[in-house]
Write a protein that binds this ligand. Structure first.
Ligand SMILES: [Fe+2]
Ligand SMILES: [Fe+2]
Length: 248
């Protein structure tokens, strides 16, 4: 049915950023020919314009349709300017009707702050998009940088969305199928009711927690099953979740 690449937290411009890792990830993803690649923020380290210029060059190398949303690092130092000029054309909602899915991107970043917030305007936009997608019987994916549900092994919780309860309610009411996030650099999957919440690690930096490795995720949506696989840049491959596809 559909094959999705989920990559996050590139951190272009960081001391810990490794361009070899990003080049390898882009090459691997292009070789797998996904129907869409979703980039869930922190594409830069400091939100500097020059970092966005470099990040845009990397993003241009993806051959699949692309949806990119900003993270808290991209909102530093008036980063919304660089993101707006160089990246935003890749933001918003991406309707892939021929593949039976829609991806709704949300900007959860706040200028110069690490915590996340979606806000009422975007919440209403998401609710409308979910409604339309339900009518069209599409598989509904929400993409945002900050996690809505706490992620294990990430220490004391400080960065969950400040309006997580409201957004979670809209996600459940709108019967979203999959919610993709980054931010904590800790790959994880929660399956709650009919919605799966998957976070990706950092794909191209060494800003790693414990023994995690640079990685990204792929999601294979088949007629009967859905499989989320972590792909370590150094060849590590782990099935994070495999479950029945109830959205048919
Ligand atoms: Fe990050
Ligand atoms: Fe982040």
């Amino acid at each position: 049915m559909a094959f999705i690449a989920h990559i996050s937290d590139l951190h272009v411009g960081a001391l810990a950023f490794k361009h070899d890792l990003l080049n390898k990830a882009i090459q691997e993803i292009n070789d797998m020919c996904p129907d869409v690649t979703i980039v869930t923020g922190d594409i830069t380290e400091n939100g500097y314009y020059m970092e966005f210029e470099k990040a845009a060059q990397y993003l241009d190398e993806f051959e699949s349709p692309l949806l990119v949303i900003p993270g808290n690092h991209d909102a530093r130092h008036v980063g919304e300017q660089g993101f707006g000029e160089l990246i935003e054309k890749r933001c918003g909602a991406l309707n892939l009707k021929s593949k039976g899915l829609v991806v709704i991107g949300l900007d959860s970043s706040e200028p110069d702050l690490d915590y996340g917030k979606v806000g009422r305007a975007q919440q209403e936009f998401m609710e409308e998009e979910l409604k339309h997608a339900s009518k069209d019987k599409l598989y509904k994916i929400i993409a945002l940088h900050h996690h809505i549900i706490p992620v294990p092994k990430t220490g004391r919780e400080r960065n969950v969305l400040s309006d997580a309860g409201d957004i979670l309610q809209s996600i459940v009411d709108g019967e979203a199928n999959l919610v993709l996030s980054g931010h904590k650099h800790m790959p994880h999957v929660w399956i709650l009711g009919n919605t799966t919440f998957a976070t990706a690690g950092t794909a191209s930096s060494l800003k790693l927690r414990g023994k995690t490795v640079p990685s990204y995720n792929t999601i294979n949506i088949n007629e009967d099953t859905i499989e989320i696989i972590l792909r370590g840049i150094e060849g590590k491959k782990i099935t994070l979740a495999k479950y029945d596809n109830t959205c048919r």
